[in-house]
Design a protein around this ligand. Structure first.
Ligand SMILES: N[C@@H](CCC(=O)N[C@@H](CS)C(=O)NCC(=O)O)C(=O)O
Length: 213
């Protein structure tokens, strides 16, 4: 397997965490997003969306979309499981993961931010305000959801990491990078700390990647 990765990509960070939790260490190729290599002909042959991550399998198939990759890894390497037993519990975990991956993260993606500043002529300050705004909208709901639900434990669901934690931790890192005030989100902060105490999470952090600038 080979992971197409970028240190600051939170979608790739999710996959790095899952790989590490499952004890997998595939080859990696770094795609420097700031230089636009994700839009090169060679990369578009792998992922026509021009986004990282992509996972090249040993048989030549290429998987894209981090959540699809996470579920593939969970199906092919079931231990430790990233989804809990029980259909309703799995739906809860997926809902938390999707709230982050579908409703927060895409609004703050590099190409969206570049469109704001480049095409729409928005100032850097307004762009950063946009970034923080969409994290706050998503985190306010997540905090309410997690704080009030007895299914929340040391982690987003119970006491073991799941797909939800794998999505939460990179989004928390993004929030910190853009100086989002995390004081209103004590449950998210607590779960993030519990996750980062696990080596697989800590080692997947952007600052620990070989391509970190
Ligand atoms: N939904 C996709 C999102 C992938 C994504 O947005 N990747 C970002 C980095 S986190 C990217 O490659 N951005 C390049 C760009 O915006 O040009 C997934 O979960 O894999």
């Amino acid at each position: 397997m080979k992971l197409y990765d970028y240190f600051r990509s939170s979608a790739a960070y999710r996959v790095r965490i899952a790989l590490a939790l499952k004890g997998l260490a595939p080859a990696r190729e770094f795609v420097p997003l700031r230089r636009g290599v994700q839009r090169s002909d060679d990369y578009l042959k792998l992922n026509p969306q021009g986004l990282v991550p992509a996972l090249l399998l040993d048989d030549g198939q290429v998987l894209t979309q981090s959540l699809a990759i996470l579920e593939y890894l969970d199906e092919t390497h079931p231990s430790p499981a990233l989804l809990p037993p029980g259909a309703a519990a799995r739906a809860r975990v997926r809902a938390i993961a999707l709230a982050i991956a579908c409703d927060i993260h895409p609004l703050d993606n590099l190409r969206v931010l570049d469109y704001l500043t480049g095409t729409l002529g928005v100032s850097d300050q307004a762009r950063d305000g946009w970034y923080r705004y969409w994290i706050d909208v998503g985190f306010e709901a997540l905090e309410r959801q997690l704080a009030s639900d007895p299914a929340t434990g040391r982690h987003c669901h119970g006491d073991a990491p799941t797909l939800a934690d794998v999505c939460l931790v990179p989004q928390m890192a993004n929030a910190r990078r853009f100086h989002v005030d995390l004081a209103p989100y004590p449950t998210l902060v607590r779960i993030d700390a519990a996750c980062n105490a696990i080596v697989a999470f800590a080692d997947a952090a952007p600052a620990r990647q070989p391509d970190a600038e």
